[in-house]
Design a protein around this ligand. Structure first.
Ligand code: ZN
Ligand code: ZN
Length: 568
């Protein structure tokens, strides 16, 4: 390795005066041909090995040598050495080489160097602008990316796609959608969004659970003649499922034709699973296998999830076995997580422990969390305490672990422990993640936090909520105060519960939508049992279908019942 590294650093162009044309053409083609080859037990990617041999043969590199070579580099040291070579051979002012350098530094996660290269370019062309915007977005410096994007003298569809995609990967979904809307206004002047742009926009809709936006984006794709290929179709299935419309997801899936790959099948299987339609999910799985499509690890995560949501313990056990024996898939931490969840929800804490003990991998936060919430549901205080200790070892700032354990104490009336835990949280500066619910009204996405009074129509919202709750009480609703963190007095508990964000969101929808309209809510945390009871009653008393996506799954409330059958 050392000898070859020397070859990079010690050669000087003046030592080799061979004619570059024909010879370098052959070597460049060799480099290009190996860019997609995987390295074999060597410290160097194949194109770099070829470059080193090219230099040993005293062939001079030219402008076409480096762009492909740089693509294969993901080690910052090798990248810097090649950069030095480019400099030595006087090729550093070529725009194509410069852009390749920015991309290379970006994929080596050395943003500072990427920026240095960019800043040295006197008149950056659109490709180098795109590269630096992409590099910043990828590194999570989304505000800098946006600043650069706004400074660009001209932008093409790649610039727009990079920026939209950057917002999505940083979790700024609303910003992604609003940027797409701006792109649309400019459209026509050679700016036509492509599949890449659209799949970023679709995933923003999916994360937000914004069905109206999603439908509009879908209609837009059809109108502008963008081909719905497998990738786009799969993201549409995922989007409709996450926006709560299983019917539309099914429709896309059925229209996809016979060439569906494992990703498309898995997306539909996952859709059924997250909606708690366990039977449909398992049926589709059987059909997929029947059609000769081989399930992968991702497919099995959804299948096991379906078993968890449906409480199908023996089926889950069977699928877990089949995955290993029939398909040779080694279970990942997610599969083990499903099994622990499956057993502990069903109250089979001992079986859940056996899974944890049998794991060849260290259990993670998700696994201890499942064990904790199962044990909590079934009042196994010892398991609760063990799993919380493990949870806090792994993640000392895990607020939901504290909340869950203090709920256990509260349920058992052990207020002193509950209070102690609250003090610990305060001392350690741990804040409870605020509950947040999202609704989409007339194409506008509104966010509500627990106890929120920032909305311009706050007074009306609270008055409406009051009316709703009064009517529920008339029909026998009593608040379930077991879920509140603190040992507040009864009135205080009732107060905190009535202000949960999903209740505020529902009140707002009552104000703004006509009777009978389905209400769709996306919530960041797990729905509490008090809200669950209240929403079931609302769906019956006011004859409204209410669909809530919490952090685990979907709840379809209708006629006083929920699709989860109170098992969540
Ligand atoms: Zn609640
Ligand atoms: Zn439910």
């Amino acid at each position: 390795m050392h000898a070859s590294t020397k070859a990079i650093t010690c050669t000087h162009p003046s030592l080799h005066l061979s004619h570059p044309n024909i010879e370098s053409f052959v070597w460049n083609n060799l480099i290009r041909a190996t860019t997609r080859t995987k390295p074999q037990n060597s410290a160097f990617p194949p194109p770099l090995s070829i470059y080193l041999r090219m230099r040993l043969h005293a062939v001079l590199p030219d402008l076409h040598t480096f762009p492909f070579l740089l693509q294969s580099i993901n080690n910052p040291l090798q990248g810097r050495q090649l950069h030095a070579q480019i400099f030595l051979f006087g090729l550093s002012s070529d725009p194509f080489v410069q852009t390749s350098l920015i991309n290379m530094y970006s994929s080596c996660a050395t943003l500072t160097y990427a920026r240095q290269v960019f800043d040295k370019i006197t008149h950056p062309d659109i490709t180098s602008w795109n590269a630096i915007v992409h590099a910043n977005a990828k590194a999570g410096m989304i505000h800098i990316a946006r600043k650069l994007f706004d400074q660009m003298p001209e932008r093409n569809v790649i610039s727009w796609s990079c920026m939209i995609y950057g917002y999505v990967s940083c979790g700024e979904y609303k910003a992604a959608l609003s940027l797409f809307r701006r792109l649309q206004m400019l459209q026509g002047r050679e700016l036509q969004p492509n599949e890449f742009t659209m799949s970023a926009v679709i995933s923003a809709c999916a994360r937000l659970g914004a069905l109206e936006h999603g439908k509009w984006v879908h209609a837009y794709i059809e109108k502008s003649g963008i081909e719905v290929n497998l990738v786009l179709g799969t993201s549409l299935i995922d989007m409709y499922a996450k926006c709560g419309s299983i019917e539309r997801a099914k429709c896309i899936f059925n229209n996809m034709g016979p060439e569906k790959d494992v990703m498309a099948w898995s997306a539909m299987i996952a859709a059924f699973a997250m909606h708690g339609l366990s039977e449909d999910c398992l049926e589709l799985f059987a059909k997929m296998v029947n059609d000769g499509v081989r399930p992968n690890a991702v497919t099995f995560v959804s299948v096991l999830c379906a078993c968890v949501h449906g409480g199908l313990v023996s089926e889950g056990k069977e699928y877990f076995k089949r995955m290993r024996n029939e398909y040779g898939i080694n279970p990942t931490i997610q599969h083990y997580g499903c099994m622990v969840d499956l057993y502990s929800r069903a109250g089979r804490i001992e079986d859940a422990w056996n899974v944890v003990k049998s794991m060849p991998i260290e259990p993670d936060v998700m696994i201890w969390g499942s064990l904790l919430s199962g044990a909590r549901m079934h009042g196994d205080i010892e398991t609760c305490e063990i799993s919380i200790t493990k949870l806090l070892e792994l993640d000392p700032t895990n607020s939901s672990a504290y909340v869950l354990l203090s709920n256990v104490y509260a349920k058992l009336g052990r207020w002193r422990e509950a209070r102690h835990l609250r003090d610990v949280m305060e001392v350690r500066g741990i804040k409870k993640v605020p509950g947040c619910s999202l609704v989409e009204i007339d194409g506008v996405i509104c966010e509500f936090f627990a106890g929120d009074n920032s909305h311009p129509e706050t007074r009306d919202i609270y008055r409406m909520l009051d009316e709703i709750m009064k009517r529920l009480q008339k029909h026998g609703y009593a608040r379930n105060t077991g879920e509140v963190l603190h040992d507040l007095d009864e009135e205080g508990k009732e107060f905190a519960l009535s202000l949960h964000s999903e209740k505020l969101a529902i009140a707002y929808c009552f104000l703004r939508t006509s009777p009978g309209t389905t209400i769709r809510i996306v919530k960041n945390l797990r729905i509490c049992s008090d809200c669950h009871v209240a929403i079931k009653m609302i769906s019956r008393e006011f004859n409204r279908e209410i669909i809530v996506r919490d952090c685990n799954r979907f709840h379809h409330f209708k006629n006083g019942l929920c699709s989860c059958k109170d098992y969540w």
